[in-house]
Write a protein that binds this ligand. Structure first.
Ligand SMILES: Cc1ncc(COP(=O)(O)O)c(C=O)c1O
Length: 391
């Protein structure tokens, strides 16, 4: 007899919780000697380790410069601060709120754009309309590792500065280049949920050396060294211990992306024949780093919506997330902005159907295979699961 889903009384498929994400931190025996060096030197922030990280990131990405910051959000905030633009900035609504917050903290208005239903990245016609409507810059987003369609954005943006939220994208390659080398600047996150982790951290990659030099001042309160501040900056420095972890993690980036490719392939193989399950489309020119693994759940065909499937996986001890949900333009700081908010039907559709499954570099292949099996069992008993969730 096939095993019942846990929601219907069967035993949970896992004894311990499988989180959606877990930091893959470098081995402690590699961290320790470098940390000892840092503490013995007495220089615990923004020093040799940070400089080494910046050089290594710059060389790996093939960019002119890389600036380490305390996190991706502060990197974005500082770039918009030093660019000192006037006028609204176009960005997708299918993103993490930090993309929008960085603009709003700088007093810049936001023009929320729809995404494509298949790739989840910014829609070219939406961007063209925003440019005609007076956008002064663009903030594209890499979604789950997938790159926005850079050639399309370059033609649609009419030469406006583009600063991407590349929080998910360290290790992604697109159109024969590394993520980090597009637009004016791209900002990576090194938070625990990312492919390269510093525990907390960020890296700005840019081809503009002058911008990089300004960011090094801006991340230090805006103080160029003489306390005659050039901007209302931030303390957005990276500490030396964070840089140690980031450097070691960066070394493992390629191997961890390769590992994630194996896991993503297993998810696709294990789920692709299920009715109502779809996947994010990666353009052939993109080699994603698989920072997140998302499925699309068509409630009618699968028998359960993404929300219901997520709820049915909880008693199996499989954690999932409807990510990004709700869309940013509907969140409190943005939904009551003056002026008409255009409907964003694709964004709403993706938000309503998306479900991110567990994905991290050291996740075991057997766990992915087991998650696929339990999703199949839940689908086979979809009517009963739905009825139980509705009681
Ligand atoms: C798309 C996106 N942008 C920005 C951030 C914020 O990154 P950080 O925590 O490094 O500021 C995140 C965090 O997950 C994100 O997913």
């Amino acid at each position: 007899m096939t095993r019942e889903p846990a929601l219907l009384g069967g035993p949970p498929v896992f004894a311990a919780e499988i989180p959606i994400n877990r930091p893959t931190t470098p081995p402690i025996h590699r961290i320790e000697p470098l940390l000892r060096e840092v503490f013995e030197s007495g220089m615990v922030t923004n020093d040799r380790q940070v400089r080494s990280l910046e050089t290594e990131a710059r060389d790996l990405l093939g960019v002119e410069d890389a600036v380490a910051v305390s996190n991706c959000t502060s990197g974005l905030m500082l770039i918009w601060r030093v660019l000192d633009l006037k006028g609204p900035v176009a960005l997708p609504s299918f993103t993490f709120p930090a993309t929008a917050h960085a603009l709003t903290w700088n007093g810049l208005d936001t023009i929320f754009l729809d995404c494509e239903k298949d790739t989840f990245t910014i829609s070219k016609p939406a961007l063209e309309a925003a440019v005609r409507g007076g956008a002064r810059a663009v903030s594209p987003v890499y979604v789950f590792g997938n790159a926005p369609d850079w050639p399309a954005l370059e033609s649609a943006s009419g030469g406006l500065p583009m600063v991407s939220d590349a929080a998910h994208a360290l290790g992604t390659e697109a159109w024969g280049r590394k993520a980090g080398s597009f637009g004016l600047a791209e900002v990576f996150s090194l938070a625990p949920t990312k492919v390269v982790v510093a525990c907390e951290g960020g890296i700005v990659a840019t081809r503009d050396r002058a911008l990089a030099a300004e960011l090094r001042v801006a991340r230090n309160y805006g103080n160029p060294g003489n306390y005659d501040c050039r901007w209302v900056g931030l303390n957005a420095r990276m500490s030396e211990p964070h840089a140690v972890i980031a450097r070691l993690s960066l070394e493992e980036c390629a191997q961890n992306v390769a590992r994630r490719e194996v896991l993503a392939r297993a998810y696709r193989q294990g789920l692709s024949d299920l009715p109502g399950i779809g996947f994010q489309t990666m353009p052939p020119e993109v080699r994603t780093n698989w920072n997140y693994f998302a499925i699309l759940v068509d409630g009618d065909a699968f028998g359960l919506t993404s929300k219901q499937l997520g709820a049915a996986l909880v008693p199996e001890k499989v954690m999932t997330r409807r990510y990004f949900h709700p869309p940013v333009h509907t969140q409190k700081p943005y939904r009551d902005l003056p002026g008409p908010q255009p409907p964003l039907p694709n964004t709403q559709w993706v938000c309503d159907h998306v479900l991110c499954l567990p994905m991290y570099s050291h996740l075991e292949l057997s766990v992915v295979e087991e998650i696929c099996r339990v999703i199949r069992r839940i689908h086979a008993r979809a009517d009963a699961v739905r009825a139980r969730l509705q009681t």
